[in-house]
Write a protein that binds this ligand. Structure first.
Ligand code: NAD
Length: 496
């Protein structure tokens, strides 16, 4: 392990194997049985102590994340710490209400005799597998929701950022959370596969589409549920009547934040002719002012790419675009003044459909802009993608922008802003098409980690069970009459 910012060695970590995971699972199962019986309000209190521990340990968390990823201080603090505290508070404060058993009204004749209560029951032990680009926040997010819902969690973060994932275990331990409920298993893809196969009750996976497919296949074979949060190639539609300054700032931020290594980052910018030139000029001018460096203070904007392999992809995408006729307006190469894996913030104009930057996830600080004939073409191009994670539309006409945004075939959309959904706890998060299956977060995020169990009971005490033996001609006649009444008469239909 080496820092991508300056290649400082970061140490070595063991890869857990199937036996290690089996031991962790046994411990998690024992802890979970007790945890499931703890009132939700008590679980929330325990979680808020962990939140307070994160507040205390924020500098340590930021330091570990920066050491492993090289990300800028503002991003480490905003993306990893602020978002985590916000989501922990949000779910802890609402857990009791969300998890309350709720009566569902019945219709028809059964409404006279029976009542149904939906009781959220925990699933058991959840395997949470996460990537490196938000190594602390993405490991915390669904872990917190699964734990509050009464489950235990076995967490496997990326092999690229093991220390950041181990920080998750540390804050739970230091925050006094019950032992065994949250355990981290370090390791690579083989460890991840062993976790999926280990006998856990659900997998929550965040990572690439290629790995997500493999995990989906494994879960299908094992018949365990999985939520897959995968990659994207998000489109940004900029209409002639957009505020060009705001759109330029949004384009730059959407494409370059976290050095472009954001699943809901902007990949394909589609601008209509009336704004295209002004937008590209403004984005290029602003892009040239972005700062890179490994001082990790408040004066850096764009950090390094996480590893060589990823940097090679960014270089290949940019070279491919230039070879196919894109105009390079800023950046376009490794930063020659820095020793680490820094790629200069880059602007490519006149991009076309055949370029890799317009088709595949680049995951680097590259703003790729394409001119489209009009808004309808922008929408058609945006939707002509195997992915659908997020997207955004920019126009001063909010009604029009809202309508265009709704027609995007993607998981979530923003109007005159970008990449917000994951940070808004109330908004269900997740992709369509090859960007994922299932929804995380959202007001009911906790229920994603529960089985909603309908419990049916008599409305009036010790009634006879419905449909008791033996069947008789009188019974059959009664049924015929009921059918005739309920579906053959106006009064009966009224009850449906
Ligand atoms: P990745 O798919 O390579 O790895 C993700 C995790 O899966 C890692 O922990 C890895 O060890 C593990 N893994 C790898 N092979 C496995 C296997 N066969 N079985 C089980 N686990 C396995 O992704 P990455 O490079 O770490 O992350 C970048 C990708 O994640 C990008 O595509 C990005 O768009 C995506 N991402 C998506 C979201 C989202 O919420 N949709 C959020 C962040 C990142």
């Amino acid at each position: 392990m080496k820092s991508p910012a300056d290649f400082t060695p970061l140490g070595e970590y063991e890869c857990a194997d199937a036996d290690d995971i089996a031991r962790a699972l046994a411990k998690a199962r024992a802890a979970q049985r007790k945890w499931a019986e703890v009132p939700v309000a008590e679980r929330a209190k325990a979680m808020l102590k962990v939140r307070d521990q994160i507040l205390k340990a924020q500098d340590e968390i930021v330091a570990v994340v920066i050491r492993e990823t090289g990300k800028c201080l503002a991003e480490a603090l905003g993306m990893e710490v602020y978002s985590t505290l916000d989501s922990m508070s949000y779910y802890s404060r609402r857990a009791e209400k969300v998890m309350k058993p709720r009566r569902v009204p019945l219709h028809g004749p059964m409404a006279l005799m029976k009542k149904v209560t939906l009781v959220p029951r925990p699933l058991g032990v959840i395997g949470v597998i996460t990537p490196w680009n938000g190594p602390f926040v993405l490991s915390m997010g669904y872990t917190v929701q699964a734990l509050l819902a009464g489950n235990a969690v076995l967490l496997k973060g990326s092999e690229v950022t093991p220390a950041s994932t181990l920080m998750v275990e540390k804050v739970f331990r230091d925050g006094g959370f019950p032992d065994g409920l949250l355990q981290v298993v370090t390791g690579d893809g083989l460890t991840g596969a062993a976790l999926v196969e280990s006998g856990v009750d659900k997998i929550s996976f965040t990572g690439s589409t290629a790995t997500g497919r493999k995990i989906g296949e494994m879960c299908g074979r094992l018949l365990i549920p999985c939520a897959l949060e995968l990659g994207g190639t998000d489109a940004m539609i900029v209409c002639d009547d957009a505020d060009v300054d705001h759109a330029a700032a949004g384009a730059l931020m959407g494409s370059c934040m976290n050095a472009g290594q954001v699943c809901i980052g902007t990949q394909r910018i589609l601008a209509t002719p009336g704004i295209y030139d002004a937008l590209t000029e403004r984005v290029a001018a602003q892009c040239r002012t972005l700062r890179q460096g490994a001082a990790f203070g408040a004066e850096e904007d764009v950090g390094p790419i996480i590893m060589d392999r990823q940097l090679t992809i960014v270089e290949r995408h940019v070279e491919d675009a230039i070879a196919k006729g894109a105009r390079l307006l800023a950046g376009g190469r490794r930063n020659p003044n820095l020793p680490g894996l820094y790629f200069e913030p880059t602007v490519l104009a006149d991009c076309t459909a055949d370029m890799l930057v317009m088709r595949e996830e680049t995951f680097g600080p590259v703003v790729a802009i394409r001119k489209v004939a009009d808004e309808e073409e922008a929408l058609a191009v945006a939707n002509d993608s195997p992915n659908g994670l997020a997207g955004n539309v920019w126009s001063r006409n909010e009604r029009k922008a809202f309508d265009l945004a709704c027609r995007m075939e993607t998981g979530s959309v923003s109007v005159n802003d970008m990449a917000l959904t994951y940070g808004l706890q109330e908004a269900p998060f997740g992709g369509r098409k090859a960007s994922g299956i299932g929804r995380g977060n959202g007001a009911d995020g906790l229920l994603n980690y529960c089985h909603m169990m309908p419990v049916v009971a008599n409305r009036f005490g010790n009634a006879k069970p419905s449909g008791a033996y033996p069947y008789t001609a009188k019974h059959v006649d009664g049924l015929r009459k009921a059918i005739k009444f309920f579906w053959g008469s106006a009064l009966g239909r009224y009850f449906q």
